[in-house]
Structure formats: structure tokens, C-alpha cells
Design a protein around this ligand. Structure first.
Ligand code: SAH
Length: 209
């Protein structure tokens, strides 16, 4: 999967080159994070349904988003949208400081279980609305949002360290979205770089439908 889809994709996609990211993705047993009925397709080059109308991202997109975070071994990283727990497991190979939030309780429970079973004991999981971030454990060097938002959620921006990077799909629900990297400069300014067109499920808000 890593060689053919991520490190050397043959169809014009930009390869992921960060060796720590490639190694992390080689280590995580992706099949352990997907439901049994789609397990044979766990390593295929596309997203997969994980129940509750949600999906686990395509492996290539996980690689691209992880590389964009530029995490070091001491980085603190927050993920919004735990989903299956797969992305959190990849992050856990890069740093022991991984925090992840999922709004759909049964998905959060299943992800917690899968992470435990696979030995990712240091990943901190929370069930709730990730729009608000995780203020008690902020600030973060990296924030990765795996559901799309129309704009950069203000609480997440506030929880990013100066010099930190947020990787987030932005755009209208199910419409055209773009993956962007937003960097907080040393003086708190915002630098935004568009990376690629993507399609993610929209971020939900607690108490709203
Ligand atoms: N990173 C996941 C893929 C997640 S799909 C993986 O590796 O499998 C996007 C996830 O975001 C879904 O599980 C969805 O329920 C969740 N989500 C949507 N809105 C959210 C919110 N406000 N807070 C936290 N999670 C949210």
C-alpha cells in the first residue's frame, strides 16, 4: 500500500516523501481499524465506510495530511474526527502526544477499543464536539481536521501554537472543498496555502443537525 499508493503513486499524484510518515504508515495495521465487512479492502486505494454515514480516508490522503503537519517527536497534535482511529494510530508513531475527538459516540467507542487492542495506549480520546477543541491540553503544534468546515473554527485557531500548522478541508458541505494548511506565524498572523481539491464529510455541531 505505502510503496504503490503513497511513496510512488503512478498516476500523477504528488508522492509523499517524508520517511517518518511513510514508516508510520507501514507500521499501522489498517485492517484492524475498519469494520469486518470491508476488511478485505482495507489496503485499497480509496476511502471505506465505517458506519454512521462516515468514512475512513483513502490511505494516500492520510499520508498527505500527516506529512503536511510536519510533526517532530515532541509535537503535540490534535485530531478532530477520530472516525476509525486509523489516522490517530499513524500520528502515534510520530509523537506520543496525540489527542483526538469524535462526535459520534459509537464510533468513538469502537476507535478507543481498536487503539487499545493495537497497543496505542498513549492516544488520548474524547467523545464530543471537536469544534471547541481541547482547551485543557492546548496549545498544539499541529491540528488535523478530518471533516470539512466552512471556515477555520475559531477555538481551534486559538489552540494552535505560534509556528503551528493546521491541516483542514474547507468548503461547503459535500460541495467543492480544498485541503488547506494554515500556519500561525510567530506574531499570531495567518498564512494559508491551498493544497488539493478533496471531499470530506462535513463537520457536525453538537445540538445542531
Ligand atoms: N480520521 C478518521 C476519518 C474520519 S471521517 C479515520 O482515520 O478513520 C470524519 C469523522 O469526523 C467522522 O467520524 C465524523 O463523525 C467526525 N466528526 C464530524 N463532526 C465532528 C465534530 N464536530 N467533532 C468531532 N468529530 C466530528
Amino acid at each position: 500500500m505505502v510503496d504503490e499508493q503513497i511513496a510512488h503513486p503512478r498516476d500523477g499524484r504528488e508522492p509523499v516523501t517524508d520517511s517518518r510518515v511513510l514508516e508510520a504508515m507501514r507500521m499501522v495495521p489498517r485492517h484492524a481499524f475498519v469494520p469486518t465487512d470491508v476488511r478485505q479492502q482495507a489496503y485499497a486505494d480509496h476511502p471505506l465506510p465505517i458506519g454512521h454515514g462516515q468514512t475512513i480516508s483513502q490511505p494516500y490522503i492520510v499520508g498527505v495530511m500527516t506529512e503536511l503537519l510536519r510533526l517532530g517527536p515532541e509535537s503535540r497534535v490534535l485530531e478532530i474526527g477520530t472516525g476509525s482511529g486509523y489516522q490517530a494510530a499513524v500520528l502515534a508513531h510520530l509523537t506520543p502526544h496525540v489527542y483526538t475527538i469524535e462526535i459520534v459516540a459509537p464510533l468513538a467507542d469502537a476507535a478507543r477499543r481498536a487503539l487499545q487492542e493495537q497497543g496505542y495506549l498513549e492516544v488520548q480520546c474524547r467523545t464530543g464536539d471537536g469544534y471547541r477543541g481541547w482547551p485543557e491540553s492546548a496549545p498544539f503544534d499541529g491540528i488535523i481536521v478530518t471533516c470539512s468546515a466552512e471556515d477555520i473554527p475559531r477555538p481551534l485557531w486559538d489552540q494552535l501554537k505560534p509556528g503551528g500548522r493546521m491541516v483542514i478541508p474547507t468548503g461547503r458541505d459535500f460541495g467543492v472543498q480544498e485541503l488547506v494548511v494554515v500556519t500561525k506565524t510567530a506574531d499570531g498572523g495567518r498564512e494559508r496555502k491551498s493544497v488539493a481539491p478533496v471531499q470530506f464529510v462535513p463537520m457536525r455541531r453538537e445540538g445542531r443537525e
